[in-house]
Design a protein around this ligand. Sequence first.
Ligand code: ADP
Ligand code: MG
Length: 260
Amino acid sequence: MTTDQDVRPAAVEVHGAVKSFGAHTVLDGIDLTVAAGKVTVIIGPSGSGKSTLLRAINHLEKLDQGYVSVNGEPIGVRRLGDRFKELPERAILAQRRHIGFVFQNFNLFPHLTAVQNVAEAPVTTGAATRSEALEQARALLAGVGLADKEDAYPRQLSGGQQQRVAIARAIAQRPGVILFDEPTSALDPELVGEVLSAIKDLASTGTTLIIVTHEIAFAREVADEVVFLDGGRIVEQGPPSQVLDQPRHARTREFLSKVL
Ligand code: ADP
Ligand code: MG
């Protein structure tokens, strides 16, 4: 798989992130640093706040406290002394372009072919001409093993193929970081491997990736850092050899015994 050499992988920092829905505190003070070019895998039980954390990094969710920074630039909420100031929506949209997002349910445009789905963002943002974007989209589809599916509509593709189109689409945006929210959990088991393999290829290009997944074997292979989230807090984090193979906390051990 190819990515443009001029795309700088982003470092991502989350500082003191707090988010509540009503009385329910879903993120309870999250501090997370992801170095540029590294792969972080987030694991944790259902309801622990994993999706909310990814959505907050991408401004789909507004934090109550704390902030996120991408390449040192605070986004969403900016710290001003001990206060926080919200960035205008326009700035949020501009900065969201540096963040790719791959969803559990693919979220492709149903009325666009595979190649049109991948070319859409670069054309809309003016990053490329239509013909440049289409050429790049074809190369990216070939990179995820879909050279022969360029003109297929999402409904004509398997879930695994749709998710590989979604990965190519995220890369086409040339983001500094790509977030994955359970990218394989909507797939039939026999289609999981092809998607994980596309993500593994992407990881080897040095793109910053933050991946929420229950695929523990994959996490062991691809992660530089594994984060175990429970009840909106980071319980434990470290290299896979530590968190997955020698967890220090009982809650981590209990969770792993259920998913392994
Ligand atoms: P995970 O991805 O780890 O399963 P989520 O981040 O999706 O967890 O959700 C964490 C908790 O926040 C869950 O209890 C969920 O029901 C709640 N939640 C998430 N989004 C909303 C929302 N928009 N309104 C109310 N509650 C929400
Ligand atoms: Mg989730």
